[in-house]
Design a protein around this ligand. Structure first.
Ligand code: 8DG
Ligand code: MG
Ligand code: MG
Length: 141
């Protein structure tokens, strides 16, 4: 396949002061903690993509999906370099009591909630970069 930038859509699922993260199993960012998400499909809105990827990866249902920011990242660490424009959204659980399942165990070691002020290490580097820059996905109240 021709090497062109692809579009990723990822979502901060917010629950109280926590966010949902999973430890990746991938040639990109292997074993680092990252947000749920994946590739934008033809004809999809960002919100549809976030809800679909989250459902496929964790079984969770979300609502109040909102745009936060966009990044432009080149990944040189795997054998074939890749380049992603990534849309970051946030959302709330449709049912606050619903717990994530690891529905793609070949791609993730497991999902869990992590306090924003006590995030696990190592974070996937694009996420680490955002945190280091002071980015915060929570609404100001
Ligand atoms: P799909 O086949 O299900 O569509 O894709 P996926 O296997 O779920 O893709 P992914 O790797 O989870 O996400 C696509 C790309 O988005 C990933 O390779 C790099 C980029 N990306 C970031 N930050 C994050 C993040 O925090 N989480 C995820 N999942 N991807 C991210 O730049
Ligand atoms: Mg996926
Ligand atoms: Mg994914």
């Amino acid at each position: 396949m021709e090497n062109r930038p692809r579009v990723g859509v990822v979502v901060f699922v917010l629950r109280g002061k926590s966010v949902l993260l999973g430890q990746r199993r991938s040639s990109i960012g292997d074993s680092t903690y990252a947000l749920p998400g994946g590739h934008l499909e033809f004809g999809e809105s960002f919100e549809e993509c976030a809800a679909r990827e989250l459902k496929e990866e964790t079984g969770l249902d979300i609502e109040k999906i909102e745009f936060l920011t966009v990044t432009n990242s080149v990944f040189l660490e795997n054998p074939k370099p890749s380049h992603y424009v990534v849309i970051f959204l946030r959302a709330a659980l449709a049912d606050p009591l619903q717990e994530p399942q690891n529905l793609e165990p070949d791609k993730c070691h497991g999902w869990d909630w992590y306090d924003w002020n006590n995030l696990p290490q190592p974070l996937f580097w694009p996420l680490e970069k955002m945190v280091q820059s002071g980015f915060n996905p929570f609404p100001i109240d």
